[in-house]
Design a protein around this ligand. Structure first.
Ligand SMILES: Nc1nc2c(ncn2[C@@H]2O[C@H](COP(=O)(O)OP(=O)(O)O)[C@@H](O)[C@H]2O)c(=O)[nH]1
Ligand SMILES: [Mg+2]
Ligand SMILES: [Zn+2]
Length: 323
């Protein structure tokens, strides 16, 4: 049997079969999710991650009617969004086979954190997943009392090619535009804890709220915050619509990107790679004839993006020593 991974913990996976299963009484057929484990110890073709599978993965599995299933094989992934987990020193898989990443941010509450976004944007570009920035909680934004000019940063992301949506899960502002982006696609919702990822899902599908809660409750022992990625299929928003809600994160460490590669995965930097006087060995900090530094002074690269670039590079080169 073949199916779609809905959620994944360390060794238990919820899989939705492609073909309807016989119902409990054997009469009606329903697509009941099957609780699966992995057959044997390791799944072929999967590196030993903390959790080997992610929502959106396609697998084949065996199941005796009424029993738990055993996953035999992982189908080749089209893409994979992950982050590096410092604690376990391994990749944390957040979503597989997605068409779109929705990076959620807020002007306030929690405070606007452009550097957190720059990391997520870079990760998405490194694995070729198109990304849309969703600035939620517009109802709280009055454009005052913030150190960083939020509007300027949003406009700069838009300038370098990321669509920016201004929405409010509370008032419904901008939700139609968000719907049009996610219809007929599988998306992953990313962003730090508290920006309103779960609230956006509830605003998109009000009566689904109970199911979101109960799904998490079932696996998180009553804890209502999302602690694992969960895939929700929402056909009423258009055939083939699905959203993967991801667990709360406080930090985002890029995964499988070396310090020297950062340049290639920041959109407005990438075309300048290798063009400095010192070519690819340029550190883009003090060298004469550095095209990156020139681009910063001419405004082709925003100063704050350059600051993000430096910090990410520093962090990743530090990490390489730890590893
Ligand atoms: N004022 C306002 N509050 C919001 C909005 N969206 C979410 N919230 C609140 O922000 C808090 C965190 O939301 P939640 O969906 O749990 O965030 P998550 O951690 O990203 O899933 C909750 O108290 C929500 O009620 C919004 O558009 N406006
Ligand atoms: Mg949540
Ligand atoms: Zn340079």
């Amino acid at each position: 049997m073949k199916g779609l991974v809905i959620s994944a913990s360390r060794n238990i996976f919820m899989v939705k079969p492609d073909v309807p299963q016989p119902g409990k009484k054997g009469v009606e057929t329903v697509k009941t999710n099957v609780t699966c484990r992995i057959k044997g110890k390791v799944l072929k073709g999967v590196e030993p991650y903390d959790k080997p599978l992610a929502p959106g993965d396609r697998v084949s599995f065996d199941q005796e009617p009424g029993h738990q299933g055993f996953i035999r094989e992982l189908k080749t992934r089209r893409n994979l969004f992950s982050r590096f987990n410092r604690q376990s020193q391994s990749s944390q898989l957040l979503a597989a086979n997605v068409d779109l990443a929705l990076c959620v941010t807020t002007p306030v509450s929690p405070p606007f954190r452009p550097r957190f976004l720059d990391r997520i944007l870079m990760q998405a570009d490194s694995v070729g997943i198109p990304l849309v920035i969703v600035c939620n909680k517009q109802d709280l934004y009055r454009g005052e009392g913030t150190d960083i000019d939020i509007e300027e940063r949003l406009q700069d992301w838009s300038r370098i090619g990321y669509p920016v949506l201004r929405v409010s899960a509370r008032t419904g502002e901008g939700m139609d535009e968000l719907r049009s982006h996610i219809a007929h696609r599988f998306s992953v919702l990313l962003g730090q804890s508290g920006v309103g990822k779960s609230s956006l899902i509830k605003a998109l599908v009000p009566d689904l709220a109970i199911r979101v809660g109960s799904l998490n409750e079932k696996y998180d022992r009553g804890n209502h915050t999302t602690t694992m990625s969960v895939l929700l299929e929402i056909p009423r928003l258009g055939e083939g619509t699905g959203i993967i809600d991801t667990p709360g994160m406080r930090r985002f460490v890029p995964d499988r990107i070396e310090a020297a590669e950062v340049l290639f995965y920041m959109r407005e930097f990438a075309p300048l790679a290798g063009k400095c006087t010192y070519g690819l060995s340029c550190s883009h900090r003090t060298e004469p004839g550095c095209k990156i530094l020139e681009a910063v002074s001419s405004g082709v690269i925003h100063e704050d993006r350059y600051e993000s670039f430096l910090r990410i590079q520093d962090e990743l080169s530090g990490m390489l020593k730890i590893r």
